[in-house]
Design a binder for this molecule. Structure first.
Ligand code: SF4
Length: 496
């Protein structure tokens, strides 16, 4: 029996036919990775883009696809018009077109994406739609991808013509049509060959990671040995696949290979249970560079595809929270300060910066973890608010990055498993301290959850907000307490 295909099924099938088989017969093995905020961004972009070409008529979603197709057929007669979610089917291949410009002499189709660039899978997506429409004898004059202009800066009213790029990809799509036909045939053959009790045996490949990390990765890689090539941090997946395809998979086998020292080091530490490696000179250097007062700071941010605040761009990292541990001098106790924006505050970025400038008034060291993040955020705020720029530049110039000795592997432990992330480093340094356990936190356990939790405050009662806000505060506080604990560990090492 021929399976019904849709745009999304077709794209999944192009990535790997087995995804469709697993979706059908073993969906419980899927690991859902889509974040609520990312889905909401996509929905918002889709809705906004509908108005891009002018007044439009929407075909409402219906589980019964034939109803959508019938409504479309009626609307198609009223040309010229613009139809959103216009729905078509050819030989069990169904598609809804995001925006269809239905002209007297043919149609133009527009596929909307919430990303800031074009990728091959988008071409596959729109090629499939072009295929369905042309097979139905529609004269498709143009096929375009609509995506986000990352350089758009919002001031005042949102300008959707500035927010979106429209790229005519008709020629590429036309040259891809033979592939579409072949892919549909191949997908249908595959699904007909492999029934419920006949699981296809597909080797792991490039397609497991591209264009997206497959949701079935855990299931399909379950038979790999514990400690295998895919656990090596920093190695590109194409290199990992080279080893996998050469059947050099386990750490034992990999340890005999001539490869980058960093990879071998991770393997050696884990395989041979090695003791921590500590370069005291490097630790001394970073500790000698510190000047009291010490300010241990960490930011939380969120991103919006459609900028809501003046002076911001699509997907700009917008800081809404910081935690700050302060040690005034050698004999002082650790103090804690924090900032968490109100969800309805339109000027929260300025308030974030003003509060931080007030909390870091001196020329001490500002300790961060990952110098590519916090300075970049402060530079963005400085561009938005030039009157704060001098003070923000002062704070940037005081920054010291505690990630460095871990990234350079001047300090390395087998428990880091190749990573320098604070979430790996902290439990390795303090394995028995439950106060430092991110898993034990009540609401928020990582940066992504922090931004989703903050955005979820919208529309909630004050009482509900308080619970979530408390979750955010304790999470961010642990991130900077972690840096204080690392500083203490550095001190202990130098005193030994
Ligand atoms: S993990 Fe790889 S082999 Fe398994 S379904 Fe996904 S893409 Fe296919």
């Amino acid at each position: 029996m021929i399976e019904n295909l849709s745009k999304s099924k077709y794209c999944k099938g192009v990535q790997c036919h087995k995804i469709l088989w697993l979706d059908k017969y073993k969906p419980e093995t899927k690991v859902e990775t889509a974040r609520k905020s990312v889905l909401e961004n996509g929905t918002k972009v889709g809705l906004l883009a509908k108005g891009l070409l002018g007044k439009y008529i929407d075909v409402p979603y219906n589980k019964d696809l034939s109803i959508m197709i019938n409504i479309t057929n009626e609307l198609m007669k009223e040309k010229p018009n613009i139809i959103t979610e216009a729905s078509f089917e050819y030989n069990h291949n169904f598609c809804s077109v995001d925006i269809l410009k239905n002209d007297l002499d043919g149609v133009e189709l527009y596929e909307v994406k919430s990303s800031t660039d074009i990728s091959n899978i988008y071409i596959d997506d729109i090629s499939y739609q072009y295929y369905v429409l042309t097979k139905l004898n529609l004269n498709v004059k143009k096929a375009c991808l609509v995506y986000i202009n990352k350089d758009y800066i919002r001031y005042g009213e949102l300008d959707i013509h500035q927010l979106f790029h429209i790229e005519d990809v008709t020629n590429i799509v036309q040259s891809n049509l033979k592939n579409v036909e072949a892919n549909i045939e191949s997908i249908n053959d595959f699904m007909n060959t492999y029934g419920q009790n006949n699981e296809p045996n597909i080797k792991l490949g490039n397609y497991c990671f591209k264009p997206y990390l497959c949701n079935y990765w855990n299931y399909c890689s379950k038979d790999l040995p514990h400690q295998n090539v895919f656990d090596i941090v920093r190695m590109h997946y194409s290199k990992k696949l080279d080893y996998y395809n050469s059947n050099v998979i386990s750490f034992e086998d990999l340890s005999k290979q001539d490869m980058n020292k960093t990879y071998l080091e991770q393997i050696d530490f884990e395989l041979n249970n090695l003791k921590p490696k500590i370069n005291k000179d490097a630790i001394k250097k970073i500790m000698d560079s510190l000047v009291y007062p010490l300010y241990f700071i960490d930011f939380e941010t969120f991103q919006l595809a459609v900028p809501e605040y003046d002076g911001t761009k699509p997907y700009q990292q917008l800081p809404f929270q910081y935690s700050l541990h302060i040690i005034k001098d050698e004999s002082s106790k650790v103090k804690h300060k924090e900032f968490l924006a109100e969800i309805d505050d339109k000027d929260f970025i300025r308030h974030f910066a003003e509060s931080m400038i007030k909390d870091i008034p001196d020329n001490g060291s500002v300790i961060i973890y990952n110098k590519s993040f916090e300075p970049a955020r402060l530079n963005e705020i400085a561009r938005m608010y030039p009157d704060l720029a001098d003070e923000l530049q002062r704070i940037i110039s005081q920054m010291v990055d505690f990630l460095e000795p871990f990234k350079s592997r001047d300090f390395y432990m087998k428990e880091f498993e190749g990573s320098a992330s604070i979430k790996k480093v902290l439990p390795a340094l303090y394995p028995n301290d439950s106060d430092l356990d991110y898993h034990a936190l009540p609401v928020v356990h990582n940066g992504e959850e922090a931004s989703d939790t903050f955005l979820s405050l919208r529309g909630k009662s004050r009482e509900e907000q308080e619970k979530l806000r408390n979750g955010l505060l304790v999470y961010c506080k642990l991130d900077t307490l972690a840096m204080v604990k690392i500083w203490q560990k550095f001190k202990e090492i130098l005193e030994e």
